[in-house]
Design a protein. Structure first.
Length: 309
């Protein structure tokens, strides 16, 4: 396991970044604890990419304070870069190297490194270790990207859209790998447009809109937050109108054709009330469902009115 810096791994205080008259990051403050998987979410243009590039030391801030692993990324230089790993959304590498040759070469860039074969095995490329990179599929190349980010035994790993282009099975395997890195003590900063991915992996989620932090909590707490009501749905029986239903939900029922949706802050009680009402009248509620909100529902509410991918 990589050594961890005492206290938060990342501390951002009142961070601002201007591009001419455009303020891409506007007074952002947050911290990330050792061993966390921390997801940074936001629509296009929200400022999350700029924020991550500042944390990586690839972009200068306009104002504010940033400390990562106890250092300022802007001035940390090689000593800083040797302690982090970066997996970009799109990265290129020499097509003539084999997988093992490329990972071995990258290992020489770091004073502290993981075992080459162990890393290749961890990302699921053992059977491709002698294959040239130009022969790899898109998913295999993405796993090689991850191997190159891991070989230096980073204390902090930046993952930018790590499963873009993966099929559902490959995405699940990647999630298992990321979870295993957390178990090893690696702190991970994750950017993703897959809300299910963030909900599955992240210990905490920060949502950024127009350069500002609009929400920061665990996925479960965000989903349980204000306005995150469950939805009870069913097909309205023939001869029954909305006015015949028992009092349910936190807002009036919504009807689209025969389908009725009820937003409920107490779904167990409301579902019991509804089914007792139906049984007492000998009615069958076709298509009866109860769905709790997801992180995607909350995210869309928080960023409403902003263009999404």
């Amino acid at each position: 396991m990589a050594d961890q810096t005492a206290g938060p791994v990342v501390v951002i205080e009142d961070l601002c970044k201007d591009y001419g008259t455009n303020r891409a990051v506007d007074g952002l403050s947050l911290s990330i604890e050792p061993g966390e998987v921390f997801a940074l979410l936001g629509p296009n243009g929200a400022g999350k990419t700029t924020t991550v590039e500042i944390l990586e030391g690839h972009r200068r801030r306009t104002s504010g304070s940033v400390r990562v692993l106890g250092m300022d990324p802007e001035t940390g230089g090689r000593a800083y870069r040797e302690r982090i790993g970066i997996v970009l959304q799109e990265a290129g590498f020499d097509e003539e190297f084999t997988v093992r040759e490329l990972v071995s070469m990258y290992a020489t860039f770091y004073p502290r490194r993981r075992d080459v074969d162990e890393v290749i095995e961890r990302v699921g490329l053992t059977d491709k270790a002698k294959a040239r990179t130009k022969t790899l599929s898109g998913g295999q190349r993405r796993r090689l990207d991850l191997a190159l980010g891991l070989i230096g035994d980073p204390e902090l790993l930046f993952l930018d859209e790590p499963t873009t282009g993966f099929d559902p099975s490959a995405r699940r395997r990647a999630w298992d790998l990321i979870a295993s890195l957390r178990d090893l003590g690696t702190t991970i900063v994750l950017t993703t447009h897959y809300m299910e991915e963030a909900e599955h992996l992240a210990d905490r989620v920060a949502v950024i809109q127009s350069g500002r932090l609009v929400a920061l909590d665990t996925p479960a707490e965000l989903v349980r937050g204000e306005g995150a009501a469950a939805v009870i749905g069913f097909v309205l029986p023939d001869g029954i109108g909305l006015e015949n239903l028992p009092a349910l939900g936190v807002t009036p029922p919504r009807r689209k054709g025969a389908q009725v949706d009820i937003a409920s802050g107490d779904p167990t009680r409301d579902l019991n009330t509804l089914t007792e009402w139906a049984v007492a009248r000998g009615l069958e509620l076709e298509g009866l469902t109860m769905a709790r909100p997801t992180l995607e529902d909350v995210y869309l509410d928080l960023t409403e009115g902003v263009e999404h991918d």
